[in-house]
Design a protein around this ligand. Structure first.
Ligand SMILES: N[C@@H](CCC[C@H](N)C(=O)O)C(=O)O
Length: 276
């Protein structure tokens, strides 16, 4: 199968974007892993497959695959890249785009040359829906990992996130603790793990160990989950600039029951073809 693709990134979280509307595409986990391999494939954190919608009231549908081949529900940086991709491929000229994902319908607003703002929907905090094993919903939970107890927030942005507060993201044990929490038995669908340093009520720093990938240079849903966890702990205001290793996202969240809005850049790198 010969596939045309576009390589894109959102703050260094990189994607292979495939147009499944004008080409016939059949992906398996093995093929996704082959494409995502940084030595023998194109290399990416996630692959996004754009398809025609099932619901005639929305514009597109897309599916998201992690580099390990697993299909997942949501991807914030991917949503922004998707908006630019469908416009640059001339699949739409709309500035406001509705797209079906496994996490529900997202609304994307293209703003100027490279900024995209995404209504990411309301966060889910009920443990069973994250999914996270806990008897009752709480702001934070004690989580035992390798004999030590850590305090974590648990949030779903369509996909599951654990959020830990740290003094300094630079020295946080992202690789070791991220990998241990990703597969913790209390997160039965595995989990993305964010390490959040609060600077002040409007600024924070974040590193994310992503489920199915490892540490990435940025994670959009991770930034939204970090905002939600920090805000329900009373630590930040409703607008927060979150700086990740790849750059800064602006996250807006008034509070429980309200949608989270994420704004940031999306960049196309090159177009190509691959035989898989
Ligand atoms: N990089 C993404 C998140 C991609 C999915 C995640 N690894 C998961 O398994 O849920 C983002 O920008 O949100």
């Amino acid at each position: 199968m010969r596939l045309k693709f576009t390589k894109m990134h959102g703050l260094g979280n990189d994607f292979v974007m495939i147009d499944g509307i004008t080409q016939r595409v059949k992906l398996t986990s093995d093929k996704v892993r082959q494409i995502a391999d940084r030595h023998t494939g194109i290399g990416c954190d996630q692959l996004l497959l754009v398809e025609a919608p099932r619901d005639p009231d929305v514009d597109f549908r897309y599916r998201i695959y992690n580099a390990d081949g697993s299909e997942v529900e949501n991807c914030g940086n991917g949503a922004r890249c998707f908006a630019r991709f469908v416009r640059e491929r001339r699949l739409t000229s709309k500035e406001q785009i509705l797209v079906e994902t496994a996490a529900g319908v997202l609304q994307l607003n293209v703003q100027g040359a490279d900024q995209v703002s995404v209504d990411m929907g309301a966060p889910v905090l009920e443990p069973a829906k994250i999914p996270f094993q806990a008897d009752i919903q709480a702001e934070t939970y004690p989580l035992e990992v390798d004999g030590e107890t850590y305090t974590v927030g648990a949030v779903s942005m369509g996909n599951p996130h654990a959020v830990l507060l740290v003094e300094d993201v630079d020295s946080a044990p992202v690789e070791r603790l991220g990998a241990a929490i990703e597969c913790h038995p209390r997160f039965p669908a595995r989990v993305n793990v964010g390490f959040l340093q609060i600077i002040d009520r409007g600024h924070a720093r974040l590193r994310v160990f992503e489920r199915g990938v490892g540490e990435t240079r940025a994670c959009g849903t991770g930034a939204c989950a970090a905002m939600v966890s920090a805000r329900i702990r009373g630590l930040v205001d409703e607008e927060l600039e979150i700086t990740l290793p790849g750059g800064t996202l602006t996250i807006h969240w008034p509070g429980p029951g309200e949608p989270v809005t994420m704004t940031g850049p999306a960049t196309a790198v090159y177009h190509g073809q691959i035989v898989v």
